[in-house]
Design a protein around this ligand. Sequence first.
Ligand SMILES: O=P(O)(O)OC[C@H]1O[C@@H](O)[C@H](O)[C@@H](O)[C@@H]1O
Length: 295
Amino acid sequence: MSVEVNDKTIKFVHRSGAAAKIYLYGAHVTSWKTSDGKERLYMSRLAKLDGSEPIRGGIPIAFPNFGASPSAEDPSLSAHSTVKTTHGFARDAVWTYDPSSTSGGGSDSVSAVFSLSGTAIPEPFPRTLSLQYRVNLTADSLTTSLTIVNAGAEEFKFKALYHNYFAVEDSQKVAVSGFAAGQGYVDNMKGGSKEVWEGGDVPMKVETGKVFQDVPAPLQLGLDDGKSRLTITCDGLSDCVVWNPQEKAGTSVWSDMEKGDGSRFACIEPGYIRDWKVLPAGGQHTATQHLVAER
Ligand SMILES: O=P(O)(O)OC[C@H]1O[C@@H](O)[C@H](O)[C@@H](O)[C@@H]1O
């Protein structure tokens, strides 16, 4: 095992040859290579990596908002309404890496912990809020685990999501499994209408934006593009967005992607987003995803 640390990134290499790279900006995993040398995450060649805007590709963390910021009408969300970018502040905050958190060597995995606390929590969010993010790498898996701690005297509301951009050979051939017939979802391609899934795999042949809500636990998903297969098993997350802009990638809407990039990735985004999760005073919540490459 080896760990390379510089002022912006941490790179782990597992003894099998598997590797992961994480930017402190956003605690953003930008590369995950399995032991066969295959890159499992898409990264846009136009992604800005200098902290000037959220990174396009990899595994962005959405927290404490998902989507546009809420209006401040609900006083309990007044801090959330101040976030200027979509998907909250976590993906464009600079996290701290504690070198003593890295473990590995004799074990079959390498892991490290990143945190966001104190003055790194942007005002007006309470500084009694803190986040811990553990990334664990084995030969053929990557596990990410986000723990949200509310040490304050008042409850805190949040949404959280892993906005995974998986690399695929051709998104036209992608099948996303894990949703049973009868499962409710919101179709953003139909103006946010509430729909009922008919069962079977979710395709991505055209622009897709489906938000599966309240999936019975355990949330277990599969991604197959005919050449590679991944499974995603989640804990503490019950919703999932399946998203691909297809031909809109590389237009003015997503100008940090190249034209044609819609065919290069599949976004499968497990989260807790259908409603605000209430974290009581003194409470904590852990949201975990376990990604396993099967071929
Ligand atoms: O451009 P962003 O903020 O990274 O968001 C990308 C997309 O993320 C998806 O999860 C949302 O469903 C889309 O509505 C959104 O456009």
